[in-house]
Design a protein around this ligand. Structure first.
Ligand code: HEM
Length: 151
C-alpha cells in the first residue's frame, strides 16, 4: 500500500509541479513581449495562466498522497518531513497568493494594451521563489537528512 501511495505522490509531483514550473517561468518573458507581438503574446499568456491554475489544482494530490505515505510509513514526526511540509505549505501560499494573482493582474493589463515592466519583474521574483521552494522539498524528499529508513 505504501508503495502505491508513494507512486501516486511522485507521479503527481512530476505531472503537476513540472508543467506549473515551465508555464510559470515562461509567463514573465512572454508578458514583456506583449508590445512587440500583441496578438500572439495575449493568447500565449492566457494559455500559460490556464496551465498554471489548472495544474496547481492537480498539485493538491502531491501533499495529500505525501501525507498518506508518511502516515503509512510512520514518519510523520520526522524532522525532514516536518520541514518538507512547512516548505510545501509556503510554496503553495507563494503560488496561490502571489504568482497566480499577479499573472491574472498582468493578463488584465495586457487586455488593456499596457504591461508594467515592474509587474513582470515582481512576478518573476515570486515565480523564482516558488521554484526554489519545491526544488528544495524534492531534494529533502530524496536525501531525508537524519532518516534511518531507505537509502
Ligand atoms: C506535504 C508535503 C509532503 C509530504 C508529507 C511528503 C511525503 C513524502 C514521503 C513520506 C516520501 C517517502 C520517503 C521515503 O521513501 O522514505 C516522499 C517521497 C518523495 N516525495 Fe514527497 N512529500 C511532500 C511534498 C513533496 C513535494 C512538494 C515534492 C516535489 C514536488 C515531493 C517529491 C517527492 C519525491 C520525488 C519522493 C521520492 C523520493 C525517494 O524515494 O527517493 N514531495 N514524500
Amino acid at each position: 500500500m505504501t508503495k502505491f501511495l508513494l507512486a501516486v505522490h511522485v507521479l503527481a509531483a512530476i505531472v503537476a509541479v513540472g508543467p506549473v514550473t515551465v508555464a510559470a517561468s515562461m509567463f514573465p518573458p512572454v508578458a514583456r513581449k506583449v508590445l512587440a507581438e500583441p496578438e500572439e503574446s495575449r493568447h500565449s499568456l492566457a494559455l500559460l495562466h490556464r496551465i498554471c491554475r489548472g495544474y496547481a489544482l492537480v498539485g493538491v494530490v502531491v501533499p495529500v498522497f505525501g501525507l498518506a505515505t508518511a502516515k503509512n510509513m510512520g514518519v510523520l514526526g520526522d524532522t525532514w518531513l516536518i520541514v518538507s511540509i512547512a516548505l510545501t505549505t509556503l510554496a503553495a501560499v507563494v503560488l496561490g497568493a502571489l504568482v497566480l494573482p499577479r499573472q491574472g493582474a498582468i493578463l488584465e493589463a495586457v487586455e488593456g494594451g499596457v504591461v508594467g515592466e515592474r509587474a513582470t519583474v515582481r512576478l518573476a521574483m515570486a515565480t523564482g521563489v516558488f521554484n526554489l521552494l519545491w526544488a528544495a522539498v524534492t531534494v529533502l524528499m530524496i536525501v531525508r537528512p537524519g532518516s534511518t529508513t531507505g537509502a
